[in-house]
Design a protein around this ligand. Sequence first.
Ligand code: BGC
Length: 692
Amino acid sequence: MKLRRLYCVPFALVLGCSSSGTVGSDLERQVEELVAQMTLDEKVAQMSGDTVISGPYGDELWSVPGVERLGVPPLKMSDGPRGIGVLEGATAFPVAMARGASWNAEVERQVGEAMGRELRAIGGNVLLAPTINNLRHPSWGRSQETYGEDVHLLSRMGVAFVQGAQQYVLANPKHYAANSIEDTRFNVNVTVDPRTLREIYLPQFRAAVHEGRAASVMSAYNSVNGQFCGENEALLRGILKGEWQFDGFVLSDFTFGTKPDSARNGLDLEMPVEFVFRDLAEQVSSGTLPEAVIDDAVRRMVRKKLEYELEAPSPVDESVIASAAHLEIAQQAAIEGSVLLKNASGALPLDAASLVRIAVVGSLADTANIGDTGSSSVQPAFVVTPLQGIEEAVGDSLLIDHIAKDVLDGDDLAAIEAADAVIVVTGLTAEDEGEGLIGAGDRLDLDLSPERESLIRDAAAANPRTIVVLEGGGAITMGDWLSEVEALLMVWYPGQMGGHAVADLLFGAANPSGKLPITFPTGLDQLPPFDNVTLEVVYDYFHGYRYLDRNGATPEFPFGFGLSYTTFSIENLQASQTAAVAGDVVRFSVDVTNTGSAAGAQVVQLYVTYPGSAVERSERELKGFVKVTLGAGESQTVEIALPVNQLAYYDVASSAWALEALEHAIHVGTSSRDLPLSTSLAVAAQAPVSLY
Ligand code: BGC
């Protein structure tokens, strides 16, 4: 099918702009000229969704009117974080949590770009992604949609996605802010102190709009410090548009996210249809709402339409949809995001040549299990299940007993006993977790179901060579079944190519290189409370690894952890300087060697601690990482850049970022709990400092 030309030529003609776009004051002049020509009704119409549009996908893309007579194009939107939701046959990528586990921003940039391309190919221009909410607690039903529990990792992955997607469409980081409970999401009030808000819940949004240049942001449903995010003056006008000088537009989360004071307080667009905003024109005419508020909102949307050349879409052919190239990106993301959590006595990789028969066990082994049923769901043309991937990988060279159930009988156990290796595929599904209302909501118990735990135990009791492939969108607590299995590979919801990725990893065509983007605790007692019934919650500074570090708790698997089929040495930590002042960028380097016999990738992680800080700090904080791929025996010196201003804390008294005079300790290693190399960096006090 041919790409429809969505936007009228006059937009470019009226403005006299070229297809190469416009910048700076030229752009602002053009924005002003256009807005000045609009009537109040035309302006207000652009501030609410209007789903009645034409075209092959028109009924499914959410639409926001432009101004036809001026050639100002409409906005056309789709979710979401794991693929293009409205498009049947879209590429289904691994969920964001899996991609967070890749610690590979370049792959994430490619994922964003591929999604942007598919959306543009069907005439869409706003992608309702990425989700960059910090996972305060793994019970959050939408855990799978975000990149993890750490602001630095969230920032890096969010920026990469936005930059990729915005090659084709406008990105929409969401949900601003502190949205991390599902069942009460429409009305819970999150009380969060200013330091926690600035340092833990907002930096990834700041990075997405500053560094990623995200064109739009979606506000959250919940309220923060007593005001709903969709009308939160401090968040919208104060921080986002004021301090961060965001010049794009803010749209509401859908249906329940717009509130009476939304327009006045900085929300530019009500989605998906006009409801609260239906009397905006009247409010202006009666003098209740200044027209300047309307002008500002419209200016922001017109600015982004111009800046990103939405008036002249570069033709993207529909052949990009689920193309071989996109499927390869999906498979690569699934490979890179899978985390090898246990591999006793080198159980993995399996050597197909030395095996005669294997058993592939569990109801999920041949189930398309690619994520929840909420707004982020995607309908790919096919899903390669783990069983299919394994069958394709080993061909006829192996006998495969497929036992497609979770409750095993005597015959099943006999087949398991007779196998040279047993692969149990199990975990969570959309019935266990997901978006509220349209999905399963929060997951209060982090264990697998008793039935699935028994499945693992029974298989492992029948055959010591039992390998578990675990699916799910977040942390799973394991109890003693973990000690009974030989190997454990966490593959999350690995997308439509997941089965191939699983087979590649199990049989050694690929080497696991994922690292946990969240802590896997031993139990709920290691975590802060999670209450999805009360309408008042408090978010303090500590969650995830920061919380466990502070309490001296030992998790099942720490943040940043993941094994490989090869071994690495990391040596010779060097710093470009040992003392620094505000504005400096200090470069730390280490020599990484692949000391094993297989090619593989390692994620070098840099954490900072603040000995003697006058304010309460995390025991350690991730501040940089780099993923390096090395052949067997190969070495490389890798560098991590640390902008010194990133060491600042938010000083509540002065409402500004401040660097402390401190001998910062720098730790480098391969997980938050394995940091063998250390050095220090003396930083001079400075306040205020700018984070950009
Ligand atoms: C979700 C958003 C989503 C929107 C449109 C809302 O319920 O919270 O993440 O983009 O629906 O599907």
